[in-house]
Design a protein around this ligand. Structure first.
Ligand code: PLP
Length: 828
């Protein structure tokens, strides 16, 4: 056997900095031959996808290795972004563009007579998230790599991501998303960094060698967390950051007695239940997942990630944790990873023998919490009974955190028992629950909302008591999206026009997009702008035709609402408007009417009955409108199935009117609104979430505002009479009549009664009817503006030109400066 340690200079040295790669077309061929074992004639798109992805990955790997090394050797503060969701979408095009090898990739594929676009279609979306929250995490990682910040993502490698949505007879049907079926070329398994995760069991007090009392968590059921790393490339800057996703596996430590007792197969099956934990993403957006498996997922992510960070700490600094809080920050993406607070306490005390006060000082110095919702039904609460069964040691720690916190509150506000009851981490009652948002606030040094309005509402509403206790913890970080995926890469025609006009600096510094503003007054530029939009509308039309069979009109305004289906997002308001337009056509009242194509898309949570009924209604209304010859040339409507990241990449460049019509005070921020704005769509929207900031940036004259604001919503709810509004407004009356007289459900009587009753209910939380008149009027304004193309294009250009604030680079720079306190780690 060859002993490499003694072979000295005989061992060939490997210079990791040398470029070992051949020109990309050759590399592609090499992967086709040697990695896939194929011949040139076996060049189906799926094979070419694999060969190209392998090739591009090879180009990422040297920078990835270097970035990891820089990260590992740095003695500066680091950030760990903990999220149950990362809605990444596809990786191939993003990597190609960030590496700037687009031309070489096209050349390489040219040998086989296929286009890059065709090959990109072979990649499954990594759909490890529900919607905005998960996509935000993906945009944030992209911006961290662009800004060369020492930030690592931590998540779960779900075997099944967000479900596939099929539409059958107008109804949503869910199918599993086995995105790993054909393998995942963008990950590297790191079995050597596997962690052990404990569940169940009980706690015990023991006296240690030093004579002190410690808690021990014993009798646990253990499983393994195996990491898979995904590369997050920066934009032409040599940085490749890491997203570490954990997969659950059965522990390979077996209880031999159990096997020997004759139950060998049963014992193996029992062990294998462990891998269920990372099997599937919970498909609920903005609502609670009160299931035991979900809590296991949360703890699994948190424990594996914290152990990983602590292990690296000990490797670098030994068992001295005095600087741990100063040099680490954990950003909690909503309360889903809130177990990080008690778990870090547990690890520091039980595994590394710190005292409570030292551990608490560290924990509260490095935890930061982002709130994402004001909807009460989305606030996580876990039953104490479940917690005590699953995570008994964490429950002990939470009780102690609570006791110390309430003592502190009592000192400051003696006698105010009511306050203590309100802020307690434990909600008392028949079945006591742990309030995860409160646990996150108490355990963190920073609490942020995701848009200016949202943060103000948090401070004066949901978290008012905590704001009074710790005003300094609260701050706002308005969300953003990456202009690379959501403008440069998904809209190559607009990218080209922008680069010809103002250069390419905006791709990594979105402030520069404002240089576009003067061109709004340039008629020849507007013509080019219009031509790009028209080409993108054509691409969207083709896509709609292919997936729904419906033909859009190229001269119509493309009016789009894509987002999760939820009552607060008010797809119903949009449907009512479509019915109103249909009613006008039926009555021959079409003077001045703009031809309009309405596209609605989005998934409903499988258990959310009302949302699924809304999907059915959209499909039924669309079917009636599209099959009525009187609507020809005036109105088309589709429900676009299986909305996801890769479809948004086609939809947002082709959209002209962006529907952001939630009930004011309900949408924390929204990010779809920002993608549309960047691509030159005009927004019709309420004063909700980041819409307010979009309107401020674009100017009120370049935004179609309607509806009640958050204060008026609260006021209106005190005496709301939707039936009176319907009776008094002929347009709304007739739209409701069509909805209620069976026009859209001739063969299925009564199926929409639940929806119409909701609209007419004086306690309707979403105030759809209250905003209907104002919405119709704003739509008329939008239509008038569209009939003046010079005016419209001017407004469109000014929207893109003022979208700089909505780059996630800006958001992340603010997190880095104001929460994390981290600086870029440049390449050497
Ligand atoms: C951006 C995005 C969202 C968020 O959209 P909102 O309109 O902000 O709710 C949801 N899903 C996908 C696939 C997205 O790309």
């Amino acid at each position: 056997m060859l002993d490499q340690t003694t072979s000295g200079p005989e061992v060939p040295t490997f210079d990791s900095s040398a470029n070992l790669l051949s020109p990309l077309p050759l590399e592609l061929r090499r992967h086709l031959y040697y990695t896939l074992g194929l011949r040139d004639t076996e060049s189906e798109p799926s094979y070419l996808y694999s060969a190209l992805a392998n090739t591009v990955r090879d180009h990422l790997v040297p920078n990835w290795r270097d970035t990891r090394q820089r990260f590992g050797q740095s003695t500066e503060r680091r950030v760990h972004y903990l999220s149950l969701e990362f809605l990444l979408g596809r990786s191939l095009n993003n990597a190609i563009q960030n590496l700037d090898v687009d031309e070489q990739a096209r050349e390489a594929l040219h040998q086989y007579g296929v286009s890059l676009e065709e090959i990109e279609e072979e990649e499954h979306d990594a759909g490890l998230g529900n919607g905005g929250l998960g996509r935000l995490a993906a945009c944030f990682l992209d911006s961290c790599a662009n800004l060369q910040l020492p930030v690592a993502g931590y998540g779960i490698r779900y075997e099944f991501g967000m479900f596939h949505q099929l539409i059958e007879h107008g109804r949503q049907v869910e199918a599993p998303d086995h995105w790993l079926r054909d393998g995942n070329l963008w990950e590297i398994e790191r079995p050597e960094s596997t962690k052990t995760i404990r569940l169940y069991g009980h706690t015990q007090r023991v006296i240690g060698d030093d004579g002190k009392a410690y808690s021990r968590w014993i009798g646990t059921n253990d499983l393994m967390a195996v990491p898979y790393d995904m590369p997050i490339p920066g934009h032409k800057n040599g940085t490749v950051n890491t997203l570490r996703l954990w997969k659950a596996e059965a522990s390979d430590i077996f209880d031999l007695d159990e096997f020997n007792s004759g139950n060998y197969p049963e014992a193996v099956v029992e062990k294998n239940n462990a891998d269920q934990i990372s099997m599937v993403l919970y498909p609920n957006d903005s609502s609670e997942n009160g299931k035991e498996l979900r809590l296991k997922q949360q703890y699994f992510l948190v424990s594996a990630s914290l152990q990983d960070v602590l292990e690296k700490w000990v490797d670098q600094y030994g068992e001295d944790f005095s600087d741990f809080g100063r040099l680490n920050c954990f950003q909690l993406n909503d309360t889903h990873p809130a177990c990080a607070v008690p778990e870090l306490m547990r690890l520091l005390m039980d595994e590394h023998h710190l005292e409570w006060d030292a551990a608490w000082q560290i924990t509260t110095r490095c935890m930061a919490y982002t709130n994402h919702t004001l909807l009460p039904e989305a606030l996580e609460r876990w039953s104490v009974a479940l917690f005590s069964r699953l995570l008994p040691r964490l429950l002990e720690i939470i009780y102690e955190i609570n006791e110390r916190f309430l003592t502190q509150v009592a000192k400051k506000h003696p006698g105010d028992i009511e306050l203590r009851r309100r802020v307690s981490l434990i909600e008392e009652g028949h079945e006591p629950h742990i309030r995860m948002a409160y646990l996150s606030i108490v355990g963190s040094f920073s609490v942020n909302g995701v848009a200016a309005l949202h943060t103000e509402l948090l401070k004066e509403g949901l978290f008012a008591d905590f704001y009074h206790i710790w005003p300094e913890k609260f701050n706002n970080k308005t969300n953003g999206v990456t202009q690379r995926r959501w403008l440069a890469y998904c809209n190559p025609k607009l990218r080209k026009l922008l680069c010809e006009t103002i250069g390419s600096g905006w791709e990594s510094d979105m402030e520069q997009i404002k240089q576009l503003a003067p061109y709004a007054d340039d008629a020849s530029f507007r013509q080019k702008w219009r031509a790009v939009k028209q080409a993108n509308k054509q691409r969207l039309m083709d896509h709609v035709k292919e997936h729904t069979g419906v033909e859009f009109m190229p001269n119509a305004v493309f009016d789009v609402q894509v987002k999760r289906i939820h009552e607060y997002k008010r797809q119903l308001l949009n449907v009512l408007h479509a019915i109103h337009l249909y009613d006008r056509i039926l009555r021959g009242d079409t003077k001045g009417m703009v031809p309009r194509c309405i596209l609605i898309g989005g998934k409903a949570a499988p258990g959310y009955h009302v949302a699924k009924l809304i999907v059915k209604l959209i499909n039924n209304v669309a079917a009636v409108i599209n099959s009525d010859p009187r609507t020809e040339g005036l109105l088309r409507m589709v429900f676009f199935p299986n909305y996801r990241v890769s479809t948004m990449e086609i939809i947002c460049p082709g959209t002209e009117l962006s529907e952001q019509i939630s009930t004011a005070g309900k949408e924390a921020s929204g990010t779809g609104n920002m993608k549309f704005m960047m691509n030159g769509a005009l927004t019709i929207g309420t004063l909700d979430g980041a819409n307010i900031e979009i309107r401020e940036q674009a100017g009120a004259e370049n935004f179609f505002l309607f509806g009640l604001d958050a204060a008026e919503v609260a006021e209106t709810k005190r005496a709301y009479d939707p039936n009176a509004i319907i009776a008094a407004d002929p347009d709304i009356y007739r739209a409701m009549e069509l909805l209620e007289n069976g026009t859209f459900n001739e063969t299925e009587p009564g199926i929409f009664d639940l929806l119409t009753k909701g609209l007419r209910n004086p306690h309707d939380q979403w105030l759809t009817i209250a905003d209907m008149r104002s919405f119709i009027d704003a739509q008329v304004e939008a239509g008038k503006a569209y009939l003046d193309p010079e005016k419209w294009d001017r407004m469109s250009i000014l929207n893109t030109a003022s979208s700089g604030w909505f780059s996630s680079d800006r958001t992340i720079q603010q997190y880095a400066d104001e929460i994390w306190g981290v600086k870029p780690l440049q390449n050497s």
